[in-house]
Write a protein that binds this ligand. Structure first.
Ligand SMILES: NC(=O)c1ccc[n+]([C@@H]2O[C@H](COP(=O)([O-])OP(=O)(O)OC[C@H]3O[C@@H](n4cnc5c(N)ncnc54)[C@H](OP(=O)(O)O)[C@@H]3O)[C@@H](O)[C@H]2O)c1
Length: 245
């Protein structure tokens, strides 16, 4: 038996579980399985590996991508670069952290956004925001991070609301918060939606529902929108590549 899984909290319906179960079936890997590990506090992370000696690797999701690092023996260059981990692989008796969100976001963005002469606002400063920031840095796209606190960000949402020139100057808007994720489908980042124009590009990392509140508000103004499904598939394929390398 080879076991993989997803670690996060809370875990509702999981894209990753269906994705990997389909993959195992397609590849005829009958003794492989993908489990959900609901872990609220990371102090409980090591016990998963003790309880399941056949566990080969896990994906890490909300809210643990930043703090998981302390529980790992080693970080791959991708995780060092992004400063967040969303893939863990057991290598011998060591746990190694990787980042595949960076790859998924960068590849899906470059396939969608033709004009790179644009600057971005990233909403949220968590684990996936770090992957987005790293990708934009590498693509030479200027960005500012908008948050509820000034701790890890360039500005608060209140500044955005007070100063309309900010939305005017930043035409790429990226939702890297969980706001809008099923079942809270009427939520979105607290931004001045009335300032969106047909020149804006709205990328939502949220993938369920397919058209989020954030995207709907963009579509109303004629903006181009994209959800997180392609990124999710690309990061999952990359995880598989990492576990098999
Ligand atoms: N499509 C994909 O492949 C993909 C990949 C990764 C993540 N995601 C999605 O992206 C979302 C974020 O994931 P994550 O791992 O980055 O989570 P995370 O580490 O918990 O960070 C989420 C960030 O969102 C902001 N936030 C949380 N609750 C908020 C609220 N009530 N109001 C305003 N802001 C709030 C916070 O930023 P501030 O404290 O700065 O406000 C927080 O740091 C999730 O929905 C996840 O499913 C999608």
């Amino acid at each position: 038996m080879k076991r993989y899984g997803l670690v996060g909290y809370p875990l509702g319906h999981s894209f990753s579980k269906s994705f990997f179960e389909e993959k195992f079936e397609k590849l005829g890997l009958e003794s492989y399985r993908y489990d959900l590990f609901e872990v609220e506090y990371l102090k409980d992370f090591p016990s998963i590996w003790e309880n399941y000696p056949d566990l080969q690797g896990v994906n890490i999701t909300i809210p643990h991508k930043i703090h998981i690092k302390r529980f790992l023996d080693q970080l791959d260059a991708s995780a060092i670069k992004v400063e967040a981990v969303n893939v863990v692989k057991k290598k011998g008796n060591k746990l190694v952290g990787y980042n595949s969100d960076y790859h998924g976001f960068k590849k899906s963005l470059t396939g969608w956004l033709e004009n790179r002469n644009i600057s971005a606002l990233i909403f949220g400063s968590g684990g996936s925001s770090l992957a987005v920031q790293s990708a934009l840095l590498d693509l030479d796209i200027d960005f500012e991070v908008v948050s509820r606190t000034t701790e890890k960000a360039d500005m608060l949402y209140t500044k955005l609301i007070k100063d309309p020139s900010i939305m005017e100057e930043h035409k790429l808007l990226i939702n890297a918060t969980p706001l809008g994720m099923y079942p809270n489908v009427d939520d979105g980042p607290p931004i001045p939606y009335e300032q969106i124009t047909s020149d804006h590009f709205l990328y939502d990392l949220v993938y369920n529902p397919e058209v989020t509140f954030f995207m709907k508000e963009g579509e109303k103004k004629g903006a181009k929108t994209k959800n997180g499904i392609e990124m999710l598939e690309l990061q999952a394929e990359k995880s598989w590549e990492i576990w098999n390398s």
